[in-house]
Design a protein around this ligand. Structure first.
Ligand SMILES: Cc1cc2nc3c(=O)[nH]c(=O)nc-3n(C[C@H](O)[C@H](O)[C@H](O)COP(=O)(O)OP(=O)(O)OC[C@H]3O[C@@H](n4cnc5c(N)ncnc54)[C@H](O)[C@@H]3O)c2cc1C
Length: 452
């Protein structure tokens, strides 16, 4: 259902810290719900960066309702037909052959039931399109300004900027990523549980096409996942950008620098190549031909609160949760957060309702993002499993998906393997963030309205 269904009769002023995917999407959703929105972003908003994000069906479904987005997907995104699983390094051989051991096919029949497809698109393209949407909706931008402090007093929130000035509003939204400054006023009791590391690398498609035995990756629109010892590599073809975007991820802390998304990072000084020792040598060679990269060290945390107790703050995107960066759901959780806040605040008719609506946001989003965070992390652990019996069991299970029967949906429709392999994907893909809000509203809407 489209977001435009309601417009708040009581309008608030939202200050959004951070103008990347979650900040922009939240700004658009809130602005379409009838609120005034200002985005404060420390970058200039123009710096071009490389790297792709994935748009699973739960995200595509929301975005395609927004003006121009369906056209963007058609023009710039690459539809993904499944996930290939290959071996990156093995116990037996010093160098591997990228042998394929499993295929999670996105059967048309299932995807059409889900009502949306799995896409890969450039982060920059999505950011630019969301920026245009926000501008058209009347969102104000403060680029090149860094928020250095946030405080709230008696229902008014004030953010201090690096140039000594400050802005005042009703609610501050922390869309400022992993190292959120807004998080400090929401929940300063973070429980770091572990650290994951990742590097995204963009390689021109023509280089991949010229690499013997790996050229087939450019023939099909599949996500290729190489499973290694303590790390994994995921490659996605972006046909419109003519790049093959590869991310190297590990469920452990690796000894490299934590990069700034907007800065240039030289691959040779960023990626310790010994990490890849034992991996298919062609993969190693290919990686060295990458032209851009960005390393990330992500602290995975358990966070209880994503809204301020006094009703003046909320967190979205990577500030609110540590769903795996370079995974399939980091951007999708940001978009779901945005639509949830926007749809809830489209119902606002009185300021007294603010704490209830923020609490609803927490109640709806917290279990979903926590479950997704855990699921994404466990998948990373699974595909990075070091050599040993656990890994053999994993590969044995995956191999069954290569059977002829599994290729055709009608042959395997009733098979236990299909049900089992889709179980987790369906939980993640079928979630409808709009519907979640509507369900909440049908139960509690009258209580909120009674306050108005
Ligand atoms: C330029 C860029 C490129 C990215 N590329 C990829 C990619 O290729 N693959 C991938 O999986 N993920 C990528 N990500 C991360 C991805 O966007 C997030 O994991 C996910 O989409 C959630 O986004 P977010 O908006 O919550 O956080 P982020 O994308 O981290 O955005 C946070 C924003 O807040 C701004 N900010 C932070 N602190 C302040 C402050 N104090 N004052 C003002 N502004 C502040 C930052 O400049 C940034 O623009 C990228 C992020 C950025 C910013």
């Amino acid at each position: 259902m489209a977001i435009k269904s309601h417009r708040a009769s009581c309008s608030l002023k939202f200050l959004i810290v951070g103008g990347s995917i979650s900040g922009l999407a939240t700004a658009y959703a809130l602005s379409e719900s009838g609120h005034e929105v200002i985005i404060v972003e420390k970058s200039d908003g123009r710096t071009k960066v490389s790297g792709s994000v994935r748009s699973p069906p739960n995200m595509t479904r929301i975005l395609k309702e927004w003006p121009g987005m369906a056209a963007l997907f058609q023009r710039r995104a690459t539809k993904c037909s499944g996930h290939w699983f290959g071996i990156a390094c093995s116990r037996l051989l010093p160098a591997e052959t990228s042998e394929r051991v499993g295929f999670m096919k996105f059967h048309e029949q299932i995807m059409s039931e889900l009502g949306a497809d799995f896409f890969v698109l450039q982060h920059d393209d999505l950011r630019r399109e969301l920026t245009s949407l926000c501008s058209a909706a009347g969102v104000a931008f403060e680029y090149g300004r860094t928020v250095v402090g946030v405080k709230s007093d008696d229902g008014v929130v004030s953010i201090a900027l690096n140039d000594g000035k400050s802005l005042i509003g009703d609610i501050v939204i922390g869309a400022d990523g992993r190292d959120s400054i807004v998080r400090e006023i929401v929940d300063d009791h973070l429980e770091p549980t572990h650290t994951v590391a990742g590097i995204n690398i963009s390689i021109p498609t023509k280089v991949v096409e010229a690499t013997e035995h790996l050229e087939s990756m450019c023939e099909y629109n599949e996500l290729t996942i190489w499973m290694g010892n303590g790390l994994s590599l995921t490659g996605a073809l972006d046909s419109s950008a003519k790049t093959f975007d590869l991310s190297v991820c590990s469920p452990m802390r690796l000894e490299f620098v934590d990069g700034d998304w907007y800065a240039d990072h030289a691959l040779e000084t960023t990626l310790p190549l010994e990490l890849l020792r034992g991996c298919d040598p062609r993969l190693q060679k290919l990686i060295q031909k990458g032209y851009t990269c960005c390393p990330t060290v992500q602290v995975v945390f358990e966070q209880d609160d994503i809204v301020g107790l006094d009703g003046t703050a909320a967190l979205v995107g990577d500030a609110a949760h540590s769903v795996l960066i370079h995974g399939s759901h980091n951007a999708s959780m940001a978009i779901e957060d945005a639509i949830t806040l926007g749809r809830l605040f489209s119902r606002l008719s009185d300021r007294k309702q603010i704490p209830l609506l923020l609490d609803a946001y927490r109640e709806i989003r917290h279990p979903r993002t926590r479950a997704t965070q855990e699921s994404e992390y466990q998948s990373l652990v699974n595909i990075s499993e070091p050599s040993g019996p656990l890994r053999d069991v994993r590969d044995g299970g995956l191999k069954a998906t290569l059977s002829k029967e599994f290729e055709d949906f009608h042959n395997c429709e009733a098979s236990a393997l299909l049900v089992q392999s889709w179980e987790q994907y369906l939980v993640l893909f079928s979630h409808d963030a709009n519907e979640e809000v509507d369900n909440w509203w049908s139960m509690w809407g009258s209580v909120v309205e009674a306050l108005g």
